[in-house]
Ligand binder design. Sequence first.
Ligand SMILES: Cc1ncc(COP(=O)(O)O)c(C=O)c1O
Length: 671
Amino acid sequence: MLLVKIGGGDFDTDAVAADLASLSRPFVLVHGANKLRDKLATDLGRPPEVVESISGFTSVLSDDAAIDVLLAAYAGIRNKRIVEALRKQGVNALGLTGLDGGLVTGEQNRGIRVKRDGRKLLLRDQSGKPRSINGSLLRSLLGQGYVPVLTVPIAGADGTALNTDNDEVLALLSAELRATEVVSLIEESGLLADQDDPTSLVTRVDASELEAWEERVSGRMKRKIRALRKLFDNAGESSPNVRLSDGRVRVPVTAALAGAGTLFTRESRARVGDIPKSGRSDQWLERQAKQELDVYGKRGIAIVSGEGCYVRDADGASYLDCVGGHGSLALGHRHPVLEAALLEQARSIWFVPGSYGSPSRTLFLERLHEALPPELDRTFLCNSGTEAVEAALKIARAHTGRADFVAAVRGFHGRTMGALAVTSEARYREPFGPLLGEVRRVPFNRVEALEEALDAEVAAVILEPVQGEGGVHVADPQFLQAARDGCDRVGALLIFDEVQTGFGRTGRLFAFEHSGVVPDVLCLAKSIAGGLPLGATVVREGIGLAVGAHGSTFGGNPVACAVGRATLDVLLDTDVMTHVEDLGARICAPIRERDIGCVRDVRQVGLMIGIQLREAARPYVQRLQERGILVLTAGRSVLRLLPPLVLSAAAADHVGATVAEVLSEGVTIPE
Ligand SMILES: Cc1ncc(COP(=O)(O)O)c(C=O)c1O
């Protein structure tokens, strides 16, 4: 269950309502209205009375006049405006205060002790602490499809209307409804380490750190943190993740669920889950080595859990993950929106053969095609990059009736027989020949060589807009345009392999968008589904395959598709892609600035980074791992980083500084 709280500031109610409606999941909304209350009180000539108690606390006195204004602002205008905005979006909203149906009852405060004219007085104060929630009423409303929209006042023991803190209502509600996620929208980017510095966002606070934070902050935030402590105390082991986030952005709830703002959590930094907690990395590796045909080589650690940009090994060490699933984790590990989509789909069905309709598949394909140029209008779904390429090659042969392919030197397209044939590196291909007949290889970015290679025998040209495994080399727009023109001239298909570059990696959803050159066939995989196996071959209008000509048992699995759709939602509806270029540049800045002897070149596009060394890159992978950063290589001498796009600016700076330091220190290669 999702709980959302809209604070009492000036938010665009229609925008929040539209965002909430787009979530398509049940939720309960709690809201404040303090700014409106203050304005109304002033307009009505009833400014709130602020009193100082004998013990030195200042508070707003909730007398009869104040409660009237409170009812008008909270229960009247704001509550009904939110209900109106939600209902306009098709959400079955029902406005309530804690009074209605005795939904929230509380204990009245004893009054405020003040000193007036030298005498001690107890001022009657209609405020109190919420103590219980009528959960069965709420559950029954939810069961009937209503979305409760709840605000103060609450009911005292005798039914009197009492003012209270909505954050405390939220804390009670969270335990009663066993909320799994709570989003609280405020007029800040989240919890700030320094209240005067809007850039000092604290991205994560563990429940155990809340007491210290309560001491550290003041004013309204202090009350919020105190209420959060209650929330975690009430909910115990089943505490939700709470996101305190900016309510003024375009899709505030989606953004919060996608990782914006501050996460308050009871989970330890990386959860070990059901994987046995005993044992050590070396023991796991030893056991695995006895069973596995290892084609990868190992890096000495066994990874047991991951969250966001961090993973943890079996020995408990944590690492900043710039391997990022070899580019498959655009949104990091276990992104909350993706996790929610995965769990939701897993609870309905896991497998639907391709010969049956599947809403999960349909919704994913619709979202994908909304994001693609309209001429790329059909998609075949599979499970991996190499399969997406394999389908592209078969489609090109079937469509043109020709046999030959043109591919680029340093190009990498996968390891099955067809994809391998168009891959450049001899050491990948040579042990497995004979492969596909005629593959013409042209140097990357050499227009003339490409034009010369094209003739009426060519079925397709296959290119990566940025070569990944080949060492992060960016295609010149003129080269891609020449490929487009050349293919059109000889009647061949242009295939772009965006298995690594797709889904925001270069700062655009697809790398071809930078050049504007649209291919006939687009191969996708890796980050398409948050790290689950999914691949796609998208084709231009009029290109196809006959029924029965191709297929894949697991292709377009409904769970992977549900996560794929959520991935697109996050990438397209939040601002995550707008930071990609800046984050990549931040990582590279310290490496570029220092004149490091072993560095020949730093190549970067978005968060695809290749550091060309004058020596072997592998020892630096090990050295960085010892410093808590996981990176990979591309070929022998390129250090490659493919971090999640949800990396924070501070983490990017840390990666850049550490890589620069480790490269400057150099390595002594053991004899
Ligand atoms: C551009 C490109 N194409 C294809 C592949 C093969 O993908 P997979 O390993 O999912 O088969 C890769 C993998 O790194 C790749 O980078």
